[in-house]
Design a protein around this ligand. Structure first.
Ligand SMILES: C[S@@+](CC[C@H](N)C(=O)[O-])C[C@H]1O[C@@H](n2cnc3c(N)ncnc32)[C@H](O)[C@@H]1O
Length: 237
C-alpha cells in the first residue's frame, strides 16, 4: 500500500515537473517540425486527410510536435504518453485545445479505453492512427495493431520508424530479434486482415528531416482511394 502511494506521489510530482518544464520553455516542442521534420511525410498525412477521418489517434506523444499538426486539423485528437513528465509537458501545451485529449499510461490500456469511448458508430468511421510509441525494449506495436484492427472498420494506420525495404536511405527501428519494424513483424496482420500496404512514393533522397521510414496500412475498402494518392506507392510484395 505504502509502495503504491509512493508511486502515485512520484507520478504526480513528475506530472507537475512536466507542467513547469512547459511554462519555463514552451518552445521546447516546436524546435523541429511534425513527423520528425519530414516534409514529404507531412504531405502524405495531409493527402490522407482527404479520406475524411473523424478522429486521429496517436501513440507516443513525446513533446506533442506531431500532435500539434493533428490538432490543427480541428478533428478530435487522442494521444497517449507513458512518461509522466512528458505527459505533464503536453498536458500543459494542449490545455487550450478543446479537441485534444492527452492520456497518461501504457498505449495498450489507453488505446483500449479510447476505442471503447469512441463507441461502435465512430469505430465504423474512417479513423487515422499514428503508431509511434517505440522507444527502447518494450515494443507495444503488435498489441496496438491487434486492438485497432479488431475493433475498427476503416482504420488508416501509419507506423513511424518502419523499414522501406527497397530504400535503405530511410531509417527504421530495430530492437533485436522479433522486434524490428520490418514487413515480417506485421505480416500476420496483413494476411489476417487482408491489408493493403503502402510506402512513401518519394525516395529518401527527396525527404527532409530525420528521414525515418514509414508504412501505411488500410483495409480493403480504402485501398482504391489510397492507391490514387501520388504521395504513396503500393508495396511491391
Ligand atoms: C518517438 S517518441 C514519439 C514522437 C511523437 N509521436 C512525435 O511525432 O513527435 C516515442 C514516445 O512514446 C512513448 N512510449 C514508448 N512506449 C510507450 C508505451 N508502451 N506506452 C506509452 N507511451 C510510450 C515514449 O515515452 C516517447 O515519448
Amino acid at each position: 500500500m505504502l509502495a503504491l502511494n509512493n508511486k502515485s506521489i512520484k507520478q504526480t510530482l513528475n506530472i507537475c515537473g512536466g507542467f513547469i518544464d512547459y511554462f519555463r520553455d514552451p518552445a521546447r516542442g516546436t524546435k523541429w517540425s511534425p513527423f520528425n521534420g519530414q516534409a514529404r511525410r507531412r504531405q502524405i498525412f495531409d493527402a490522407l486527410t482527404g479520406l475524411k477521418f473523424t478522429a486521429i489517434i496517436e501513440t507516443g506523444t513525446y513533446l506533442g510536435t506531431t500532435t500539434q499538426h493533428f490538432a490543427e486539423t480541428g478533428l478530435p485528437v487522442f494521444s497517449v504518453e507513458g512518461n509522466a513528465r512528458r505527459f505533464g509537458f503536453v498536458k500543459a501545451r494542449f490545455l487550450r485545445y478543446r479537441n485534444v485529449s492527452i492520456r497518461l499510461g501504457d498505449t495498450r490500456s489507453q488505446l483500449r479505453n479510447i476505442l471503447a469511448e469512441l463507441g461502435a458508430d465512430r469505430r465504423n468511421e474512417p479513423l487515422f492512427f499514428y503508431l509511434d510509441a517505440h522507444w527502447k525494449m518494450d515494443l507495444p506495436l503488435a498489441d496496438e495493431l491487434d486492438l485497432v484492427l479488431k475493433s475498427c472498420a476503416q482504420p488508416t494506420i501509419m507506423i513511424d520508424d518502419f523499414e522501406v525495404a527497397d530504400d535503405p536511405g530511410y531509417g527504421f527501428d530495430d530492437y533485436g530479434k522479433d522486434k524490428a519494424l520490418v514487413r515480417e513483424y506485421i505480416e500476420p496482420f496483413i494476411v489476417r486482415n487482408k491489408l493493403s500496404v503502402f510506402y512513401p512514393a518519394a525516395p529518401s533522397s527527396e525527404e527532409t528531416g530525420f528521414k525515418r521510414g514509414c508504412v501505411v496500412l488500410a483495409k480493403e475498402a480504402a485501398k482504391d482511394q489510397l492507391a490514387l494518392l501520388p504521395q504513396l506507392r503500393l508495396s511491391p510484395s
